[in-house]
Design a protein around this ligand. Structure first.
Ligand SMILES: Cc1cc2nc3c(=O)[nH]c(=O)nc-3n(C[C@H](O)[C@H](O)[C@H](O)COP(=O)(O)OP(=O)(O)OC[C@H]3O[C@@H](n4cnc5c(N)ncnc54)[C@H](O)[C@@H]3O)c2cc1C
Length: 325
């Protein structure tokens, strides 16, 4: 790796993070570094980890809510986007690459596997952290290896390192944020390019019909996997009862919060699991509304909704209130 890969002179102090998030909310990064290749990212992570500086890597900012109080330490905006596709379907990709680019580059070679990702606005790294997925496919399905920086060391690890489950990996858990994902390898199989484009177009059409156009981080809460609960719930389609899946949006709708507003934040009208920045919402407004939604669902159904969106930075002064008065 070149010695010049990491240049602390490029660090910007006190940079607003809201423009780098799809929710358009949150405070400032204590320091922000933009990297454009995998070596720069790895070098920044090696530096931060060996100096004991907390580091947050940001991809598309489409699954996060940074605190109004800011994000301490070093925030690295990962714009490393190289994608290499081999004849045999092996793919090596920088974790800052947008999922859309990954779909396009692979489908152009007739490779199947990433149609599900069309319309998910983030990067490969952010998708791996939350095991992002849609239409019964997940980013972890075809993963064969990951390059990480952990404890100041850069190395390749197997997918088992991530301990993936539904919308979850060990990188979402407290204390494990000290891992930076640099590159990922996938193994894809040949498919029919036209059929893959058609499928992606169909998925995109479904999304346009369901997703609100305003600023959001997609689904705010995870769906509830509980067969007994699903079977006993009125109005849930039979296929979901059979699968034991209760969409969080179904519960939010049932408690009558579709379209509910709190200051600049609101619950989606088209999709009740979307919390929107309808104009000028602070991160606190958004989190307060999310807590009201979760408390309302708990009061009615006794089920605790778990956030899919990650709260970043210093929330130490945050007081959880539950239901809004
Ligand atoms: C309109 C809309 C629709 C969506 N639809 C879906 C959907 O269908 N399915 C789904 O699963 N999600 C969906 N999402 C959520 C989101 O797009 C995905 O979770 C996405 O993969 C997140 O990627 P990102 O790069 O934006 O992550 P970010 O928001 O930038 O980061 C998310 C987390 O990952 C960490 N992180 C990011 N990159 C790295 C890295 N290189 N190393 C270590 N940590 C890293 C961050 O620190 C943060 O904790 C949607 C969001 C929106 C706005």
């Amino acid at each position: 790796m070149p010695e010049t890969a990491f240049d602390p002179g490029q660090i910007v102090r006190g940079c607003r993070l809201a423009p780098f998030t799809t929710l358009r909310a949150g405070g400032k990064a204590e320091s922000l570094l933009v990297v454009r290749d995998a070596d720069q990212l790895a070098a920044a992570a090696e530096y931060a980890q060996s100096e004991g500086i907390p580091m947050t890597t940001l991809g598309g900012g489409s699954n996060v809510l940074p605190s109004d109080a800011g994000v301490p330490g070093l925030t690295v905006l990962n714009l490393a986007r190289r994608i290499q596709v081999s004849e045999d379907g092996a793919v090596e990709v920088d974790c800052g690459a947008p999922l859309q680019d990954l779909f396009l580059k692979t489908v152009q070679r007739g490779l199947a596997g990433f149609s599900f990702a069309v319309g998910i606005p983030g990067s490969v790294g952010g998708a791996l952290v939350s095991n992002a997925g849609a239409y019964r496919a997940n980013i972890s399905d075809r993963l064969t290896g990951l390059e990480v920086v952990e404890s100041g060391l850069r190395r390749w690890v197997s997918p088992a390192f991530m301990e993936f489950s539904y919308r979850d990996s060990r990188l979402r858990r407290p204390g494990s944020s000290d891992v930076c994902l640099v590159r990922a390898r996938f193994q894809l199989e040949m498919g029919d390019a036209k059929a893959l484009y058609d499928q992606a177009r169909d998925y995109q059409r479904q999304r346009i019909g369901k997703q609100p156009p305003q600023a959001s981080a997609g689904s705010f809460f995870k769906n509830v996997n509980d067969k007994a609960f699903a079977e006993g719930l009125d109005g849930l389609p039979p296929a979901l009862k059979e699968a034991g899946v209760v969409p969080a949006g179904h519960l939010v709708e049932k408690v009558g919060l579709k379209g509910f507003r709190w200051r600049g934040a609101s619950v989606g009208l088209r999709h009740a699991n979307f919390i929107l920045n309808s104009g000028g919402a602070t991160a606190g407004d958004i989190r307060r509304l999310a807590e009201h939604v979760a408390a309302s669902v708990y009061e009615r159904f006794g089920v605790r909704l778990e956030e899919e969106v990650l709260y970043l930075g210093d929330w130490s002064g945050w007081q959880t209130t539950g239901l809004l008065a």
